[in-house]
Design a protein around this ligand. Structure first.
Ligand code: B12
Ligand code: SF4
Length: 574
């Protein structure tokens, strides 16, 4: 039997679903390859294959490509495998090797910046794994066309590495509608096809055009919505048409995953509360309840994992959290000692908090807080967090450092918010601004480590101090770093980033604040983290209140209501 015409693959770090850990995935985009063996268990990169060498699970986007190909080609012609089996499948008849890229160089939100903390020339594990694919001996020997696609494909263009990696085609955007024609041209080597093909809003498929995947995805990812509509300027899904998948589609995708061994389903969405939403971004609670119940009822499904949510709907109607909790928390695989659930379970949806500065919020992301206004964002976050925590939702919160035009005043406001969140149960991950392709900020400059201010360093390391305390307990965890941190500062940190990181690093390493209060903005002297959680947030946050007073209103044109579309993609993105 000859080699398959098309081989699909993804890097081991992006395909891994080791311990259902999204942490491990995110770490692989951040940790320098050089030290990765010490920090990431090597077995987490050993993904499982079927006896014939095909991959058991790969990222959902690649499964979609496979599904579209299987409409036109036979299973014998389309093989999805990991790096370990490339030499078994790539051969003389192979015309195309297609690679999925979620965050191939670690540039999304500058996740790779973390690897640079240990030296400017270090690359994250993800990049190393990606390079292993494109330089694989079988690919070099048989020279199939290399096609790269997926949400992070843009990074290879931005970093100008298409020639170095001998990438023939880079495909950026949703491809369901255009796929058939596109792949035909790739396989036939159509000389008129540009090397970089970008698909915009006009070619985004309706949900009817999106098939149910044929094989299992990493983490058992099942799409419930696509696109957002809140219009944040730095975000790529903001530019996508908002769509909800029909329940039958969701169940069918779940069944495929469960039949092929997935015991957990991860709901893929920019914001779970957009599923079948009602006007004005109002969550459709009955639809959400039915959907979660139906997915859990699919035979083989044991646990459920949330992806992204937004905070404003939580505050507007806290009963959503109350009612969804029994459908999600008992079925989570995540445990935490601070959970009040009888089995110490909790869920960790991802929430972009981004900033504590109302000015930056108003400039770049005012739709995120709708129906609340930018100056209410701090209160929305605190009240939302208190509600979530009370129901054992311990979110994974991201912040963006270095948004264009960020001043010391803005950073202080972010630090104030962080200080208010001292007792919150959750994870706080600072990321660095990167202008993503196809966003309204594409032409802006990235944040740079060497330009970080002392206050930004304080923000960065205070987040990580919180995380250490939350996940590993207070002083015990800090002691782990008490020797390493001064060494790091002396040998690497000071040389690379100057003295500004010194006191923030000391705080991270557990040095009491009373020795550093003159050097840092926040002062935690005598303020231990209260493991019981945040105090109830008393203030009522009334949508529209400011309108009455004629204060800063949201410009409705920044919002693009994604309607429920069982078919017609009538909603608009940006
Ligand atoms: C599930 C998910 C995760 C999961 C699982 C990832 C995995 N490995 O499977 C977790 C939580 C681990 C994760 C982590 C991260 N993620 Co993520 N993730 C998602 C999410 C919610 C769904 C992905 C999905 O399945 N989509 C549905 C599929 C069908 O879409 P797709 O993958 O884009 O595929 C389509 C096309 O891209 C194309 N395509 C895909 N592959 C290929 C391959 C070829 C050859 C071709 C031709 C085409 C093609 O065809 C598909 C059909 O149109 C998306 C948001 C979203 N709605 O897409 C964010 C998203 C992709 N993630 C994002 C980011 C930034 C990250 C992190 C960097 C976050 C962080 N700060 O650490 C990490 C990186 C992880 C890593 N290993 O490096 C961003 C990417 C932004 C960007 N444009 O670069 C998104 C868009 C979220 C957001 N709102 O910003 N993620
Ligand atoms: S709320 Fe903003 S950041 Fe989040 S997906 Fe929507 S547009 Fe993007």
């Amino acid at each position: 039997m000859g080699s398959p015409r098309i081989v699909l693959t993804a890097s081991n770090s992006e395909a891994s679903e080791w311990h259902h850990s999204i942490w491990q995935q995110m770490m692989s985009a951040t940790i320098p390859f050089k030290y990765s063996k010490k920090l990431i268990p090597p077995e987490s990169l050993q993904n499982e294959s079927w006896p014939d060498g095909r991959a058991k699970y790969v990222p959902n986007g690649l499964r979609m490509v496979e599904t579209l190909l299987l409409r036109e080609y036979d299973e014998a012609d389309v093989v999805t495998c990991y790096l370990e089996y490339l030499d078994r499948f790539v051969g003389p008849e192979t015309k195309v090797v297609a690679i999925h890229a979620h965050n191939p160089l670690g540039i999304s939100y500058a996740t790779d910046v973390y690897s640079k903390l240990a030296g400017q020339s270090l690359i994250p594990l993800n990049a190393h794994e990606f390079i292993r694919i494109v330089t694989h001996p079988a690919i070099q020997k048989y020279k199939p066309k290399i096609v790269v696609g997926g949400p992070g494909a843009w990074q290879l263009e931005k970093a100008n590495r298409l020639d170095e990696f001998k990438i023939d085609y880079l495909i950026d955007g949703e491809i369901e509608r255009v796929f058939s024609e596109l792949f035909k041209r790739i396989i036939e080597g159509d000389p008129t096809l540009p090397r970089i093909v970008k698909f915009s809003k006009e070619t985004q498929p309706t949900v009817e055009e999106i098939p149910v995947v044929r094989h299992r995805s990493t983490f058992g990812v099942v799409e419930i919505t696509r696109g957002c509509g809140r219009g944040c300027q730095f975000c790529s899904p903001a530019t996508k048409v908002g769509r909800s998948f029909p329940l039958e589609h969701i169940i069918a995708s779940t069944e495929v995953n469960a039949r092929q061994g997935a015991t957990e389903i991860m709901f893929s969405s920019e914001d779970m509360f957009l599923y079948e939403q009602l006007p004005n971004f109002t969550p459709n609670l009955p639809a959400l309840e039915t959907m979660f119940r139906s997915v859990k009822a699919v035979p083989g499904v044991e646990t459920l994992q949330t992806s992204h949510i937004t905070m404003a709907p939580v505050v507007k109607d806290p009963s959503i959290i109350e009612r969804l909790t029994p459908l999600l928390v008992p079925y989570s695989h995540v445990h935490h000692p601070d959970s009040t659930d009888p089995n110490k379970k909790c869920i960790d949806p991802i929430i972009g908090l981004e900033t504590g500065s109302p000015r930056l919020f108003n400039t770049y992301m005012k739709g995120k807080g709708y129906p609340y206004k930018a100056h209410q964002w701090r209160d929305v976050v605190l009240k939302g967090m208190e509600i979530l925590n009370r129901h054992n939702w311990f979110p994974f919160c991201t912040f963006i450092i270095g948004l264009p035009g960020e001043t010391d005043e803005d950073t202080k406001q972010s630090l104030d918010l962080l200080s208010d969140l001292r007792d919150a149960k959750g994870t706080f991950v600072p990321t660095f601004f990167v202008p993503l392709e196809d966003t309204r900020m594409a032409a802006k400059k990235s944040a740079k480590l060497i330009e970080m201010t002392d206050l930004q360093w304080e923000f960065f390391f205070t987040c990580w101090k919180y995380n250490l305390e939350f996940w590993y307990g207070g002083q015990k965890a800090a002691t782990k770093f008490s020797l390493g941190v001064p060494l790091y500062y002396k040998m690497i940190g000071k040389k690379l980033f100057g003295r500004g990181i010194k006191y923030p690093l000391w705080r991270f390493a557990g040095v009491p604040d009373r020795f550093m209060r003159r050097h840092l903005y926040l002062d935690f002297t005598g303020r231990k983290r209260n493991r019981a959680g945040m105090l109830p947030f008393e203030q009522e946050i009334v949508p529209g209140f400011e309108t009455v007073r004629g204060l800063n209103m949201i410009d409705a044109s920044v919002l693009h209501q994604p309607t429920r579309t069982h078919g017609s993609a009538s909603a608009v993105g940006d």
